[in-house]
Design a protein around this ligand. Sequence first.
Ligand SMILES: [Zn+2]
Length: 245
Amino acid sequence: MQRYNRQEKLKYLQGGGQKKLFAASVLLAGAGGLGCSVLPGLAGAGIGRIGIVDDDRITFDNLNRQFLYTPADVGRQKTEAAAAWLARFSPDIRSEIYTHRLTRENADLVEDFDLVVAAVDNIETRQLLNEACVRRGIPLIDGGICGWGGSLFYVKPGGGPCLACLYPQADKTDTEPAAFGTMAGIIGMAQAQMAVLALTGHTEGFEGKYIWFDGVRMEFHHTVIKPQSGCAICGEYAKEQAGNV
Ligand SMILES: [Zn+2]
């Protein structure tokens, strides 16, 4: 397709990589600040099928960072407005929307996709997605923003540390953290880039790699997390897998 002429000769996309992206499906969990940046990243890349799950409606104080929406969208469901944007941007991409909150009871949704991007603003849902993906062997790309910074973490299926290894005792946050649009944009686009690498099979070196962006110093940092043997999620999954052999 002509719209991908400028990218399909790139290393990793040439020789069938672009076709892999057309054939791929991604579930975008969250159509807020991060999601509004992940979605154009995925759509621009040419991911063939994108699911969007979110139960929120657009409010005025979303507009400092949720760049797919305008004041005319205030009050609309985010899933509907995001899907409408996607249909205008790239009518060839199949979109599916799920206008409900992700819960343990409906987490089976992740099974219908090749990869999941967690673009939500609370640690409970990030952990829920982590558990759902680890138990089903689905790759997960987690992201978060806080103030002038943000983080990215790739959870590889079938081994390696998971989000619960990284945040074993995540504190519940009762207040809405400050959130700035460029941070959501940078981290969301980095999540989309990570999705492209994962879907084309180029994740070597990313196992356990926790990436942190400092938006004041304009620096990316990383550290490598080790799997926690007592992890309630991937540790238990590893035991189950070993027991099935
Ligand atoms: Zn773990």
